[in-house]
Ligand binder design. Structure first.
Ligand code: HEM
Length: 166
């Protein structure tokens, strides 16, 4: 049986040798810790804008506006829901190994969408840093969880970065 599982894993890996998502343990950790923040969309986007005004400046609706006065508006909540909600989609899709192609397409399209708006790899990396800090602050963090999230971001960004400029 073990040998059969091993063969299956090797075959699955050969099907797409260049890219695959997380292992089951990582998926479990990412999904559990995501749950703790999944309803904090506006708070997360607020933290991102606060730490990185250059990101806020890319949003035509919010550029140049006082963050404190926009953070509780309906428009802010709508944007936050779309952007942070995307992560919910990614995290949910990670749960099934049959979703590799769907995940890759989703990430590729996200990269194309942002490239057309002049968003850079460096800005995605800024975004990642704040999101990781937020997750850290709202979970019982440890090195193992940290490693799982690093892998989740590395895998996602490896696809998005194929498209973006540095
Ligand atoms: C992992 C990080 C990110 C994710 C998951 C993400 C996700 C999204 C999603 C799902 C949308 C909505 C797309 C649509 O309406 O079809 C969006 C829009 C947008 N994103 Fe991102 N984004 C990320 C990082 C960034 C960064 C770093 C910037 C800027 C520096 C940025 C700027 C924008 C802008 C300007 C829009 C268009 C907003 C509008 O409708 O006016 N995003 N993003």
């Amino acid at each position: 049986m073990k040998f059969f599982v091993l063969v299956l894993c090797v075959v699955a890996a050969m099907a797409d040798p260049e890219w695959h998502t997380l292992d089951a343990h990582e998926v479990e950790q990412v999904q559990t810790t995501w749950k703790a923040v999944s309803h904090d969309e506006s708070a997360i986007l607020y933290a991102v804008f606060k730490a990185h005004p250059d990101i806020q400046a890319k949003f035509s609706q919010f550029a140049g506006k006082d963050l404190e006065s926009i953070k509780d508006t309906a428009a802010f909540a709508t944007h936050a829901g779309r952007i942070i909600g995307f992560f919910g989609e990614y995290v949910a899709l990670l749960g099934s190994s049959g979703n590799q192609a769907a995940i890759k397409t989703l990430l590729h399209d996200l990269g194309v969408f942002h490239k057309t708006r002049g968003i850079t790899k460096a800005q995605f990396t800024e975004f990642r840093a704040t999101m990781t800090d937020y997750l850290k602050g709202h979970n019982n963090w440890n090195a193992d969880i940290s490693h799982s999230w690093d892998d989740a971001f590395d895998k996602a960004f490896s696809v998005i970065f194929e498209v973006l400029e540095s």
